[in-house]
Design a protein around this ligand. Structure first.
Ligand SMILES: Cc1cc2nc3c(=O)[nH]c(=O)nc-3n(C[C@H](O)[C@H](O)[C@H](O)COP(=O)(O)OP(=O)(O)OC[C@H]3O[C@@H](n4cnc5c(N)ncnc54)[C@H](O)[C@@H]3O)c2cc1C
Length: 396
């Protein structure tokens, strides 16, 4: 479609559905300090009939068959309007959705994608375990097959959205007698199934929508398996690359944008301070590099390739931008940055307490740097001693 025609159509549609964006209103980022699921669901319900919420998805499952470049134009137009924090819906929209489009059966896509697109079903990601975080391929939750059913036992941890999700994107070990990457299978888990015990954990910013999840003889139908048995690592990598791209987008168009930070600096009369100007510019630069890196990922997707290390680069820049912005904001706010109780001070205090987690969730900064080192710079890989040994024989 002609770019200018699409731009005009998107702008007119959003003007009818959404309020213009306001920089002076406190916003939440990554769900921090907000457990309210309604604004996101109402937004998705409003945008889904014309496929604006997930434009690159096929029309049949809630999208509008847009190319990645067209989706970029739509996102640019959306930036002019108020968009709620879609954090509760992020795994479904940006991790599970693209993964299902790449690997799921048509029947599964028809069953799961439309209800993700309109916000009716929320997904969480059941990957990390007490013994498998950075070394995710070490997952030990067991899935044993019995005919058309799988029996799952084990423990997951740090499950964001686990406290309210309907479905979980689960990685479990289906064959412990082969090397670790080869014995994992991915499933869709019904979070309300008997044997699923979700126990919320409290983070330092006060949020408790992050949980440990115990799985005790949970039965999963084989038609809820995602991909072939033993292909779970490839499925997970597709999901993780999409997650990094999505987390890399967090600084764009949300509460931690450079525009928003500059607005705070101006509102406090500090715009002439050369040091602050330089730090806001550094934050803007990191955000722009993340945006351009995501553009490269889009071009790759357009060429029919799966997301690569670009997501790691974007995530690193976005984490850096997030941290710089909260640091600058608290400096500008002065004592109000720690003790102020007006909405603007409270918003930045919450972001400050959330910022360290951005360097951990979705894979730590160190792991992203390893990926960039190995896959972008061509540095030698880390020594790995467990690649050819059955998982059961690797000391843990
Ligand atoms: C807010 C938040 C939300 C999260 N949400 C989810 C979720 O929804 N679902 C989910 O499955 N997980 C989730 N996680 C878990 C997250 O993905 C893991 O915490 C992360 O991958 C790190 O794993 P770990 O905590 O086991 O730390 P470890 O892997 O034990 O790492 C500890 C430290 O060692 C470093 N390190 C480890 N290996 C290497 C290496 N090879 N080279 C260099 N340094 C290394 C790490 O960078 C880190 O600093 C979340 C985490 C946070 C903080």
């Amino acid at each position: 479609m002609d770019t200018e025609a699409l731009r005009a159509e998107a702008r007119a549609a959003f003007a009818g559905l959404l309020a213009p964006r306001r920089l002076d209103r406190p916003a939440t980022v990554l769900g921090a300090g907000a457990d309210d699921l309604a604004p996101g669901r109402e937004y998705l319900e409003a945008l889904t009939p014309d496929g604006w919420a997930v434009p690159t998805w096929p029309r049949a499952v809630g999208g509008r068959d847009a190319t990645p470049a067209e989706a970029g134009v739509i996102a640019e137009e959306l930036a002019g309007f108020e968009v709620p924090d879609l954090y509760p819906y992020l795994v479904g929209l940006h991790v599970v959705g693209p993964t299902l489009l790449a690997v799921a059966s048509p029947e599964q896509r028809g069953r799961w994608l439309p209800v993700i697109a309109c916000g009716a079903e929320i997904w969480c990601q059941l990957f990390s375990e007490p013994g498998a975080g950075s070394d995710l391929a070490n997952v030990g939750a067991r899935a044993e097959r019995d005919g058309d059913t799988w029996r799952v036992n084990g423990q997951k941890v740090w499950t964001s959205r686990g406290a309210y999700a309907h479905r979980g994107f689960l990685l479990a070990r289906s064959d412990p007698d082969v090397p670790k990457h080869a014995g994992i299978t991915a499933f869709c888990l019904d979070m309300r199934a008997p044997g699923v015990d979700v126990r919320p954990l409290r983070q330092m910013n006060g949020d408790a929508h992050f949980s440990e999840v115990f799985l005790d003889d949970v039965l999963v139908a084989d038609h809820d398996r995602i991909g072939e048995p033993g292909s779970g690592w490839a499925v997970a990598r597709t999901g993780l690359a999409n997650e990094r791209g999505a987390l890399g987008a967090v600084s764009a168009g949300t509460g931690v944008s450079a525009t928003r930070l500059a607005a705070l600096v101006q509102a406090r009369g500090r715009e002439a301070d050369p040091l602050l100007r330089s730090r806001v510019a550094a934050m803007y630069t990191a955000s722009e590099v993340a945006r351009l890196t995501r553009g490269r990922a889009r071009a790759r997707a357009e060429a029919g390739q799966v997301p690569g290390p670009e997501g790691s680069g974007a995530k690193l820049r976005a984490s850096a931008a997030f941290k710089t912005s909260v640091d600058v904001a608290l400096g500008v706010l002065g004592p109000a940055g720690v003790a102020g109780s007006d909405p603007v001070a409270e918003e930045w205090q919450m972001l400050f307490l959330t910022a360290p987690s951005v360097s951990i969730r979705g894979g730590t900064d160190e792991i992203q740097r390893n990926i960039v080192g190995e896959h972008v710079l061509g540095l030698p890989p880390e020594p790995r001693v467990d690649l050819d040994r059955p998982w059961t024989e690797v000391p843990r």
